[in-house]
Write a protein that binds this ligand. Structure first.
Ligand code: CDP
Length: 208
C-alpha cells in the first residue's frame, strides 16, 4: 500500500540504522531527512556562506540542486554527478547543521522534496510525524541518554566520547523546536536495546 512509517528522535538515537532495518524488513525504501539538512550545510560551508543567512543559501541551493536518493541500504545525496554522502557526517557539518535547520526557508526546501516522494517509505528525522507526514498511520520516537548516544557515535567520529557527548547535548538544545514527539508517536528508549531489538519492536507494532 501507500504506507508511511515515521521514525523521529534526538541526535544519534539510531534513527538511520533503525529506519534502514525497518525499511528492509518491509521491502520498502527509507528517507533520511537529516541528510538533506546536512547537504545544505555542506554546500553553504563549501561556498563560504554565512550559514545564518537564508537568502544566499537558498539561492545557492537553487543554483546547485541536490538530489536525495532514498536507497533501502543507505540514503545518498547527489550534487550532479558528485556523491556528497561521504562528506555529510563530519564534525564540521555536525556543528553547522542546526543553524541551517532552524531557518523556515530551509525547512520548506526540505519539506517540499520529502512530500514529493511516492509512498510507501519509512521517513526518519525530527519532525516527520509532526510536521511533514502528520497523516502517517505508524509513528515512532527514539530516545537514549546522552552518554549512550555519545558512545554509539564515537564509533563513527574521531573525537573522544566526552567531546561527542557535549556536542550532542548542544545540538539537542538547538534542535528542540522541531524535535517534539508527535502526540500519537510510540516513544522507545533504545538505551537497553540492540539495533535488532529496536527494529523488532517497531515491525511488531505496525498495522497489518
Ligand atoms: O543522526 P543525527 O540525529 O545526528 O543527525 P541527522 O538526523 O542527520 O540530523 C542532522 C541535523 O539536521 C539535526 O541536528 C537537525 O538540526 C536537522 N534535522 C532537522 O532539523 N529536522 C529533521 N527532520 C532532520 C534533521
Amino acid at each position: 500500500g501507500r504506507m508511511i512509517v515515521t521514525i523521529d528522535g534526538v541526535a544519534a538515537s539510531g534513527k538511520s540504522s533503525v529506519a534502514s532495518g525497518v525499511a528492509r524488513a518491509l521491502g520498502i525504501p527509507y528517507v533520511s531527512s537529516g541528510l538533506l539538512y546536512r547537504a545544505a550545510t555542506l554546500l553553504g560551508q563549501e561556498a563560504g556562506l554565512d550559514l545564518n543567512m537564508t537568502a544566499p543559501l537558498l539561492a545557492c541551493l537553487r543554483e546547485h540542486p541536490l538530489r536525495l536518493e532514498p536507497l533501502a541500504a543507505g540514503n545518498r545525496v547527489w550534487l550532479g554527478q558528485r556523491d556528497l554522502t561521504p562528506d555529510l557526517h563530519s564534525s564540521a557539518v555536525d556543528r553547522g547543521v542546526s543553524v541551517v535547520a532552524a531557518q523556515p526557508g530551509v525547512r520548506t526546501w526540505v519539506d517540499d522534496q520529502l512530500r514529493a516522494l511516492t509512498p510507501p517509505f519509512v521517513a526518519e528525522g525530527r519532525d516527520m510525524g509532526t510536521n511533514v507526514f502528520p497523516q502517517a498511520p505508524a509513528k515512532f520516537y527514539l530516545t537514549a541518554s546522552p552518554r549512550v548516544r555519545a558512545e554509539r557515535r564515537s564509533r563513527e567520529r574521531p573525537e573522544d566520547v566526552a567531546a561527542i557527548e557535549a556536542a550532542l547535548i548542544q545540538r539537542d538544545a538547538l534542535d528542540t523546536t522541531q524535535s517534539a514527539p508527535a502526540p500519537d508517536a510510540r516513544v522507545i528508549d533504545t538505551g537497553p536495546l540492540t539495533l535488532e531489538q529496536v527494529i523488532t519492536v517497531i515491525t511488531q507494532q505496525l498495522p497489518a
